[in-house]
Design a protein around this ligand. Structure first.
Ligand SMILES: Cc1cc2nc3c(=O)[nH]c(=O)nc-3n(C[C@H](O)[C@H](O)[C@H](O)COP(=O)(O)OP(=O)(O)OC[C@H]3O[C@@H](n4cnc5c(N)ncnc54)[C@H](O)[C@@H]3O)c2cc1C
Length: 441
């Protein structure tokens, strides 16, 4: 039936074929995993789902925080074999199953890039359909902002080519409306950007200065020149790590010379008494590998883990009480297990796009907060998240999809939700593509 192949329970490949990145979802038992070899296979799987009524869910990189690219009894339509990257002039067409490291490495051969995330094994489909934020996003926008054409097989089994003038409503929804909602994307054509070298930095403070560091960072990072993307991380280390202690580290990437970066960072380096300040100049691909924690592109992976996460957007500066809540929360976790807060600066090119121009509504955030824990840290994470409710916007990042978030529809899509539902009614009126936090017709 398919040019690709189908893996079913009982076969030797089933145990690995059904795995997502997060080991918590190893309990899920799909009915089959259909490896699509080409667009025609994707169309066949969708038509077969229509005629049999068997639920099909798309999977690209398998990094869904909610496990929504699998499920008990579903057929997983795996697009990982559609992973080509073809460059034509300033545009790149990327197969929906490409992993980010493959995209970065292929584009680097042409001296080009697209803004995307830092995890090497995230799939381009899940990332781009939900937005996509990373170390080049204050300069070039979200991954979705750089999308110029989307090819997607919709619920009637037809491949549609969507852009600003063809199916513009579906093209709009495909830029932030979230994976798994409107069909199975087969490829993405992006505007690319020439890159050569970038400067990077890392600053660590003593933990006792964590609140001071966060206050200085939030006053600086969302308002810095577009060329600088920066983060600040508050990390409770795993107790098994030698000399385990909580860390506060800011890091970032600058499209400009290291000497300029050093002076630009003065508001951070003059805060408290940093333990360590490093800057370096790297080729763009080496910077990608640096953020991914890899030596080379060929062997670059993110080890699987059991991971719980929640997110917030912060639209007004955090008060000192709110910062104290974050810092004390991480301090309380230290010694209990790994837990971390990742604050990513927005502003710049991300915030210059009007909220309704694409389905990605989060255009007035100063920064996002991602709360993460590994292993048994879920209760800690939920408690800290609850304490932060008075201090944050009520919005959350759809790519950090959060099965426990009751207000998800508003939090992910805000004022864009009615239009997303209208697109859903038009292209998938019977909800062929569905999951717990899927957009309803
Ligand atoms: C370790 C880690 C690091 C991350 N880092 C970043 C980061 O730096 N920046 C950032 O913005 N995000 C980041 N993310 C979040 C990431 O963007 C989302 O988890 C994203 O949804 C993953 O996409 P995927 O294709 O790998 O996942 P999948 O699980 O394959 O898919 C995610 C969703 O999209 C759907 N989908 C998959 N393929 C298709 C398709 N072809 N057509 C339509 N729908 C499809 C799935 O059904 C599912 O609902 C990170 C996640 C992890 C786990």
């Amino acid at each position: 039936m398919l040019d690709g192949d189908v893996v079913v329970p009982g076969g030797s490949r089933y145990a690995s074929a059904r795995q997502l990145w997060d080991t918590r979802f190893d309990v899920l038992k799909p009915r089959a995993i259909a490896y699509c070899a080409n667009v025609a296979d994707v169309e066949r799987v969708v038509r077969w789902s229509r005629s049999t009524g068997i639920h099909v869910v798309p999977r690209s990189g398998g990094h869904s925080y909610g496990g929504y690219s699998s499920g008990n009894g579903v057929v997983v339509a795996d697009v990982s074999r559609l992973s080509g990257v073809a460059v034509s002039g300033t545009r790149a067409t990327v197969g929906a199953g490409a992993k980010l490291i493959g995209v970065y490495a292929a584009l680097a051969q042409h001296g080009l890039t697209i803004p995307a995330g830092s995890c090497p094994t995230v799939g381009v489909a899940g990332l781009a359909l939900g937005g996509g934020v990373g170390y080049a996003s204050r300069r070039f926008g979200t991954t979705a902002d750089n999308l110029r054409q989307l090819r997607i097989v919709t619920a009637d089994g037809e491949l549609l080519t969507c852009d600003a003038s063809h199916h513009p409503d579906l093209f709009w929804a495909g830029r932030g409306g979230g994976g798994g909602n409107f069909g199975i994307a087969t490829s993405f054509t992006f505007a690319t950007h020439p890159v050569s070298t970038v400067s990077t930095y890392s600053i660590e403070w003593p933990w006792a200065q964590a609140a001071q560091a966060v206050a200085a960072w939030q006053a600086f990072a969302p308002h810095a020149p577009d060329a600088l993307f920066s983060v600040i991380d508050l990390i409770a280390t795993d107790p098994s790590v030698a000399n385990a202690r909580a860390h506060v580290v800011s890091a970032g990437q600058y499209f400009g010379p290291e000497s300029d970066l050093a002076s630009l960072l003065q508001p951070l380096t003059s805060t408290g008494t940093p333990i360590r300040v490093t800057t370096s100049t790297l080729s763009y691909l080496d910077a990608v590998l640096h953020w991914a924690g890899c030596r080379d592109a060929a062997s670059c992976t993110e080890p699987r883990s059991a991971f719980t996460a929640k997110s917030d957007y912060v639209n007004q500066p955090l008060s000192s009480a709110a910062i104290a809540t974050l810092v004390n929360g991480v301090a309380a976790r230290q010694g209990q297990g790994r837990g971390a807060l990742y604050l990513d600066a927005h502003g710049g090119a991300i915030n210059r796009v009007p909220k309704a121009a694409t389905a990605f509504v989060h255009r007035d955030a100063l920064f996002s907060i991602q709360y993460t824990s590994q292993g048994s840290g879920s209760a800690w994470l939920q408690a800290l998240y609850a304490q932060m409710r008075p201090h944050v916007s009520g919005f959350a990042y759809q790519n950090y999809i959060d099965p426990k978030l009751a207000t998800w529809a508003h939090a992910y899509y805000g004022g864009n939700l009615p239009r997303l539902r209208a697109v859903k009614r038009k292209f998938d009126p019977h909800g062929l593509f569905r999951f717990a936090q899927g957009i309803r017709p």
